[in-house]
Design a protein around this ligand. Sequence first.
Ligand code: NDP
Length: 448
Amino acid sequence: MADYDYDLFVIGAGSGGVRAARVSASYGAKVAIAEEFRVGGTCVIRGCVPKKLLVYGAHFAEDLEDAQRFGWDVGTPKFDWAVLRDHVLADVDRLNAAYTDTLQSHDVEIIHERATVAGPHAVTLKSGKTVTAKYILIAVGAWPFMPDFPGSQHGISSNEVFHLDALPRRVVIAGAGYIANEFAGIFNALGSHVTIVNRSDQILRGYDESVRDRLLQISMSKGIDFRFNSPFEKIVKHQDGSFAIKLAGHDSFDADLVLFATGRRPHTEGLGLEQAGVELDDKGAIVVDGFSQSSVKSIYAVGDVTDRVQLTPVAIREGQAFAQTVFDDTPTTVDYDCIPSAVFSHPPLAGVGLTEGEARNTLGSIRVYSSDFRPMKNVLANRNERSLYKMIVDASNDKVVGLHMIGPDAPEILQAAAVAVKAGLTKADFDATMALHPSMAEELVLLR
Ligand code: NDP
């Protein structure tokens, strides 16, 4: 390997890139990683982690309200956005340092510069220097897609939302996917008026319909407005900094913040990939095989840039599998079957396996079990918010092929239950498990 400067050059220090770099180095590879923003990537710096902390912060609004029914006099709670924001950003700094330490302790060289691909074994740094590597791993992630229409430049993306100077009074969120529903819950709980605007008539496409409907119903009852089938016509900025929002078929209305949550696209533009002969698909994603190898044999790609499944744990698995395949002589693929996922909305929802619709389309016959209940905490709190758990069973062999739930702690409960679904356990196995009482999760073994 003496012919190259490095055994491995990773572009992008997000979840997938950091894992691949660290593990490859632990197998003895000489590794460098280039990052143009901050070590940690989307999840740590401007995604999952700060978002989840904001979700916790926002949830206190309901908890403090409910506390009174549990005998607590909490006075008149006051919320200070700057305090929450700064604590969250400080935690992001802590994690950024922890990720940096991990790389350094594994002797991975961190290069704080943009890097582009100059050939099958060559990378050019922004400073102009070109380095060579036996293998190049592209792990640059995805980037928010911003629609283009008159005034769209006034909107921000989830990249900027963590840094707001003040809590906006009226928020318009474009899109009705993960980010839209999570931030709708956060802003609504913190006291902003939220309007979700979507081009279609559905929220959270891909999740089970009953669970999505329940979130829509609860969100509306909390005061979140929805405008469906409503493409933007224009956004006009007022002198006071607020905006007039004009949607097709609607009267204009005002907002203080417009957040675009309209999907994320692979961040491959200007990376030199096409010139190096790397095949991209029509969305700009790097086309890879089961071992994350691109059409150029020495160039691999993991994570959102491949547009397989845009989830952090998947990118981490792909990074790990890459390192094992290339530097540990152990060809390893990632199993994409039964990936659990969650939306940290208010309340959160989570799912694993087939939705009822998918199961009906792909399996001969199915059985569907559900439990629609008010969690006991909500009963005492006088909160009329119901949870919904749903189990999809393949009638031919009794296997549980899907679990979908919305309600408090749904992601925590589903992560554990996903082990059973992944293991191919049957409805009878769930029934044979004793209930843990009183809990919400016990509904899963009491479904009739
Ligand atoms: P999503 O794919 O979840 O949702 C995109 C939304 O934007 C949909 O409502 C879609 O409408 C709409 N949309 C898509 N393209 C356009 C367009 N050209 N013009 C107008 N509207 C459009 O994307 P997000 O941005 O919310 O999140 C990006 C990804 O990040 C997610 O897919 C997910 O993988 C990941 N993520 C995961 C989280 C988690 O695990 N909890 C949290 C946040 C993000 P339609 O339904 O009509 O297609």
